[in-house]
Design a protein around this ligand. Structure first.
Ligand SMILES: *Cc1c(COP(=O)(O)O)cnc(C)c1O
Length: 395
């Protein structure tokens, strides 16, 4: 039996290992110079003014919500087709969550559905304070349209770009913040680059950056200019101003992230080549490959195909299981967040977002990662053909 082909996997180089070892031999394992260097590199690449590295993207989303003032009584809206963290961040702040259906072609939060929901919410005075736009698979949302709605209805915008470091929108790097307040990246090992665990929040607003930086480290500042008045005969070299967290990224994680980041363009190119190969191979099969919007240059974090029973004669589950039997560990991104038991207990019902649910019932994420060998790519293509040719015969 051949080694299983995962849906995603990190690519670790000798340079990555050396960078980590170098930190281990250095003076600082945390709060040293490497994390700021990583932040600066990402900010420069994305044309953003500030970057705040965190222990993971979930923490960055939490900090972003807090910095934008989300609290009790507020509502955050996001897409149901995302990882649960895009929604959970609202609940951490004592706010509530609601969901906007996806566009059936891009699978991203649909600006038309958003506008319809905003119109209704305006009447009942339940407008969202924040909308989290998730760039699913690494393809940017229609940020221009969503931003226009944020101006009209007065909500803040977070881009959950956990999938999308290295992607472009309208020719500009995702993370540049032209159409949002804060953009969040994830460096989990399945994502485009990894720091083991890690995340980053980018913004062009100095005040938001400062707040996120302070909350990342216990709400403490040690900048002399931030010190509130204290007795002159006492030593006050740090001061806690609000209830923060320990959401810092360590130097070891930062070193791996910074080293990986040197290869970001290679990683994206390789992913595009794999996508091209898949697109060409599946052209004549009765499955739907990911559609690409002309405004977007995706980072291709994921490559979901859609399998409809009416077109293929086989259910998504049958295809999923057939591929797993062949040791091709395809996955599913995502179960609509509001169908999770935790959210069902909050009263969300099946049928709430129709496009999201039909996507959930048809999508299968194929293996896609920079370290995939040609042989592995061919294996995936061959097996997909085998599965669907068998289906066609059986149908
Ligand atoms: C991975 C992911 C997150 C969470 O990232 P972590 O770094 O694991 O906390 C959040 N949102 C989306 C869309 C993700 O894919």
């Amino acid at each position: 039996m051949l080694k299983p082909i995962p849906y995603a996997r990190q690519s670790i180089s000798k340079a990555d290992i050396d960078a980590v070892v170098q930190v281990l031999n250095s003076d600082f394992l945390t709060q040293g110079p490497v994390v700021p260097a990583f932040e600066e590199a990402v900010a420069n690449y994305c044309h953003a003014e500030h970057a705040v590295a965190t222990s993971n993207a979930t923490a960055a989303l939490h900090l972003a919500c807090l910095a934008l003032g989300l609290g009790k009584g507020d509502v955050l809206w996001t897409s149901p087709i995302t990882f649960v963290a895009s929604a959970n961040c609202a609940l951490y702040c004592g706010a509530s969550v609601d969901f906007v259906d996806i566009d059936p072609q891009t699978y991203n939060l649909c600006p038309i559905a958003l506008e319809a929901k905003l119109l209704a919410a305006e009447k009942t005075k339940q407008l969202p304070k924040i909308v989290v736009a998730v760039h699913l698979c690494g393809q940017s949302c229609d940020m221009k349209a969503i931003h226009a709605l944020s101006v009209k209805y007065g909500f803040k915008l977070i881009e959950d770009a956990s999938h999308a470091i290295g992607a472009k929108y309208q020719g500009e790097p995702v993370g540049g913040g032209r159409y949002s307040d804060i953009t969040v990246f994830s460096f989990h090992p399945v994502k485009i680059i990894t720091s083991c665990e890690g995340g980053m929040a980018l913004t062009n607003n100095a005040q938001l950056a400062k707040t996120m930086t302070r909350l990342r480290s216990h709400g403490i500042s040690n900048e002399p200019m931030d010190m509130l008045q204290q007795p002159a005969n006492e030593i006050w070299n740090y001061q806690q101003h609000d209830l923060g967290f320990n959401y810092r990224m360590s130097e070891i994680h930062g070193a791996l992230g910074l080293s990986q980041f040197q290869r970001i363009d290679d990683f994206i190119n390789t992913r595009h080549n794999i996508a091209k190969k898949y697109d060409a191979s599946f052209k004549n099969l009765p499955i739907v490959s990911p559609w690409q919007h002309p405004d977007c240059h995706s980072s291709y974090h994921l490559y979901p195909i859609r399998v409809s029973k009416s077109a293929t004669g086989m259910t998504q589950k049958q295809v999923y299981e057939a591929l797993h039997l062949a040791n091709i560990k395809v996955n599913l991104h995502y179960i609509p967040v509001y169908l999770q038991p935790f959210y069902q207990n909050k009263g969300f019902k099946r049928g709430y977002c129709k496009n999201a649910e039909s996507y959930f019932q048809e999508s299968i994420s194929l293996p896609m990662y920079a370290g995939m060998s040609e042989e592995q790519q061919e294996m995936v293509c061959d097996h997909i053909h085998l599965v669907f040719e068998k289906l066609t015969v059986n149908a």
